[in-house]
Design a protein around this ligand. Structure first.
Ligand SMILES: *Cc1c(COP(=O)(O)O)cnc(C)c1O
Length: 427
């Protein structure tokens, strides 16, 4: 402001006027910093598990557990029966064992931490052969080769991008081989002339050589998804039954829980992993464990998942219901938009997201807003206005139009109640 006054570009003159302007600006800035920057938004991107929007939403029972754990002392590491020190994992271990058939389980901050901790515990300074078809990069800078390097083990590439055979694993094994690894190719698929080795075969080879078989499952599905009309993914229980000694997976992908990573498998190996000093740096807090335990408890009663667990509820929401919702909202939206916009209801495809089942989409329906004059600038301004609503609306731009995929819109009243703000934002 001082520069503006000195250069004469400011039209405001006079001590009083300038002081007023300064106070006004400072006031605006202070009230801005007083508000939380982390806000609830409407996820109308069509990506159900959107990493940038915080992935899975917790079910009611987990939200209640989180509130209780946050505001009270809890027996996090205290055995109420014996009155002595207890185990943090005790709140989730039995549940995971029951749901996966694993002998033991522990939880850490996320699946990246799980993978790091497993390598660092079981393969420090030793070799791990990995198929060239599984050298995965997950968004947000998680790369299997880089995590392996930081964990202190040596990656040995085997096979080819499209084909890896059992003999490639066999040839790679020597006295310095720590374990055999399989990584779920979460966010891509290799098609055409391909071949990968089954879990059962790798497990057999690992057992013969007396080394553990570890699988990074990524999403880690606990139930058969085909019952919900989704492509079948292998479940954690299936790969453990096939002979995996350790399995790692995320808590906030298909599982639908809080951000965390789960390590499940053989008890002697999980015990070793728990004793790694890095575990302390990677362990989850009471709030995460409270939420995870409630989400896992829902899985004991799979019939309730479709109604109680938001992630499964969103997957299974019928397209007809979504289309009816679009029809209800389309005239309202268009009544708050300037005439230069055209609004219609069109079918689209939702994605599961977070690298879960990357190839298949789920049929859905969207409200599509285009510019009558096909101006990109109009669509950019509209997307800005949507993000500046009281509760920001995040859609996606597709073929020069703004798409609002309604699959994940549950609070319709709040959504439509704030549409009137668009008028001022776009005038
Ligand atoms: C997502 C994913 C990870 C990382 O999991 P986060 O929970 O996001 O840390 C690791 N490996 C695979 C195969 C994944 O899909």
């Amino acid at each position: 402001m001082r520069e503006e006054i000195i250069s004469g570009s400011s039209t405001d003159t006079g001590q009083k006027k300038i002081t007023g302007n300064v106070l006004q600006k400072v006031g605006n800035m202070l009230s801005f910093y007083d508000k939380s920057t982390l806000k609830p938004v409407f996820n109308l991107t069509g990506t159900i598990l959107h990493t940038n929007l915080g992935r899975a939403l917790l079910p009611e029972s987990a939200i209640e557990a989180v509130i209780k754990a946050a505001g009270n002392p809890v027996n996090l590491e205290f055995d109420l029966e014996q009155g002595e020190r207890g185990e943090r994992d005790s709140h989730i271990e039995t549940l995971i064992r029951d749901l996966t058939g694993a002998e033991a389980a522990t939880a850490v901050n996320n699946n990246a931490a799980a993978v790091l901790l497993v390598f660092n515990t079981l393969a420090l300074g030793r070799e791990v052969p990995v198929s060239r078809g599984e050298l995965v990069e997950i968004g947000g800078s998680f790369r299997i080769p880089e995590v392996m390097e930081r964990s202190g083990c040596k990656l040995v590439e085997i096979g080819a991008t499209n084909r890896t055979h059992l003999k490639d694993y066999e040839k790679s094994i020597n006295d310095n081989t720590a374990l055999l690894l399989k990584v779920h190719t979460s966010n891509y698929s290799i098609e055409g002339f391909t071949s990968e080795v089954s879990e059962i075969d790798i497990a057999g080879l690992a057992r013969k050589n007396k080394i553990p078989f570890v699988i990074d499952m990524g999403s880690g599905c606990l139930v058969n998804l085909s019952q919900y009309g989704l492509p079948a993914e292998q479940t954690v229980a299936q790969v453990i039954a096939a002979g995996a000694d350790i399995v790692t997976f995320s808590g906030d992908k298909l599982l639908g829980g809080p951000q965390c990573g789960i390590i499940a498998g053989r008890k002697d190996l999980v015990d070793k992993i728990r004793c790694n000093p890095l575990k302390r740096a990677l362990r989850p807090d009471k709030i995460t464990l409270a939420a995870l335990a409630e989400v896992l408890r829902l899985y004991r009663n799979p019939d309730t998942l479709e109604t109680e667990l938001p992630t499964i509820r969103f997957f299974t929401r019928p397209q007809e219901t979504i289309r009816e919702q679009c029809e209800r909202l389309v005239t309202q939206i268009s009544s708050f938009l300037p005439d230069r916009y055209a609004v219609s209801v069109e079918d689209c495809t939702s994605q599961i997201g977070s690298g879960a089942i990357p190839v298949e989409g789920i049929p859905s329906t969207a409200i599509v807003i285009s510019s009558m004059t096909r101006e990109d600038e109009d669509i950019r301004r509209l997307a800005d206005a949507m993000r500046w609503l009281s509760r920001p609306v995040i859609g996606r731009i597709h073929n020069g139009s703004l798409l609002l995929d309604m699959r994940c819109l549950e609070n319709e009243t709040e959504f439509s109640g704030q549409l009137k703000e668009l008028k001022a934002l776009l005038s």
